[in-house]
Design a protein around this ligand. Structure first.
Ligand code: ZN
Ligand code: ZN
Length: 363
């Protein structure tokens, strides 16, 4: 079969690899119907995630069809359509039993395209299949559910729920790439009073307005702190959500939050940020960090089925799975291509959401 293989920093190729086989009784083999590329894959390619060994197939987000199950798998049968999430759960360790699958110590957590072969491939081996995949109803298209593999639950759990967004709140979201946009989308489930999107790129701020931001601030040309104070009677935002992963944006969040407010960090940081306790100690501010657990994935799936949540606008570009290399080029150049998520579609895709001609036009 073919797969996208990481060969060390800066090196990737779409090449022939052996088909995966059942290694443990709890494994399933899934044919990938749709996959996508994450900003984390780009971090890996930069060499920022040294645990990823050269020779690993990348990718941790997919929708597929079960083709084979190990003898210990009891809830899945070949033919089932499933969402394969970025987080795998052993279902048995202390953290899995608390619903904190991201911290799994039993061999799960974030393993696809990281510690084991990932999902940008024609087939994948899925460990702990019973407790790690989500069955997908026939009525839903691949694109409706694909982004539940990572960005939607990440934004919802680590941003909106950790940030404790309440009805009427002023929510400042710093950074409106795909994760920031997913934070806007899922914050709206709680009817905040005002969503304020802050970014350096006008094109992303425009996308933020399309996703539901009420106010946008370009903090390259405007004073974001002054604007937020002006919008909140001089108090600051009830919730400030960091969705970039650099020291400046984290520190900005701690300046934007009101006394008694909450800062939720979603960004992946590679450098130390300064925590200004000399200003914050007296302000009763709560701060949270976290990796997604995906405990909300069933709830988000239900919201999509009921028509309350539509993540399909994230799909800005579509490629056949065999053109994964070009899809990477488009995703890497997001500043010019305005790509949010690129959908990699296997042929034949049984659950296409748009006709083939439109897809090619979009590419
Ligand atoms: Zn991801
Ligand atoms: Zn576990």
């Amino acid at each position: 079969m073919k797969a996208l293989v990481y060969h060390g920093p800066g090196q990737r190729s779409w090449e022939d690899v052996p088909e995966p086989t059942i290694e443990a009784q709890t494994d399933a083999i899934v044919r990938i119907d749709a996959s996508t590329i994450c900003g984390t894959d780009l971090h890996i390619l930069k060499g920022d995630v040294p645990e990823v060994q050269p020779g690993t197939i990348l990718g941790h987000e997919a929708v597929g069809t079960v083709v084979e199950v190990g003898s210990g798998v009891t809830t899945l049968t070949p033919g089932d359509r499933v969402l394969v999430s970025c987080i795998t759960s052993c279902g048995r360790c202390r953290f899995c039993r608390e619903g904190r699958y991201g911290l799994c110590t039993g061999g799960g957590g974030w393993i696809f395209g990281h510690l084991i072969d990932g999902l940008q491939a024609e087939y994948a081996r899925v460990p702990f299949a019973d407790t790690s995949v989500y069955k997908v109803a026939d009525e839903l298209t691949d694109e409706q559910v694909l982004f539940l593999a990572d960005i939607l639950p990440t934004a919802f759990e680590v941003g909106v729920l950790n940030g404790g967004v309440q009805p009427g709140d002023s929510v400042a979201i710093v950074g409106v790439g795909p994760i920031g946009l997913a934070t806007i989308l899922t914050a709206k489930l709680y009817t905040p009073g005002r969503i304020i999107a802050i970014d350096l790129a006008d094109s992303r701020l425009e996308q933020a307005r399309e996703f539901g931001a009420d106010v946008t601030i370009n903090n390259g040309t405007e004073d974001a702190i002054a604007r937020v104070l002006e919008l909140t009677d001089g108090l600051g935002a009830d919730v400030a959500i960091e969705a970039v992963g650099v020291p400046e944006t984290f520190e900005l969040c701690t300046d934007l939050v009101r006394p008694g407010g909450r800062v939720a960090n979603v960004g992946v940081h590679g450098h130390p940020a300064t925590l200004h306790l000399e200003k914050l100690w007296i302000r009763d501010v709560t701060m949270t960090t976290g990796l997604v657990d995906t405990f909300t994935t069933p709830r988000l799936l239900k919201l999509i089925s009921e028509g309350r949540l539509d993540p399909t606008p994230f799909a800005t570009h579509r490629f056949p799975l065999a053109e994964t290399m070009s899809a990477y080029d488009t995703f890497v150049a997001a500043a010019e291509t305005h790509a949010l998520k690129v959908v990699l579609e296997a042929e034949p895709a049984a659950h296409r959401s748009v006709p083939r001609e439109q897809e090619l036009a979009a590419v």
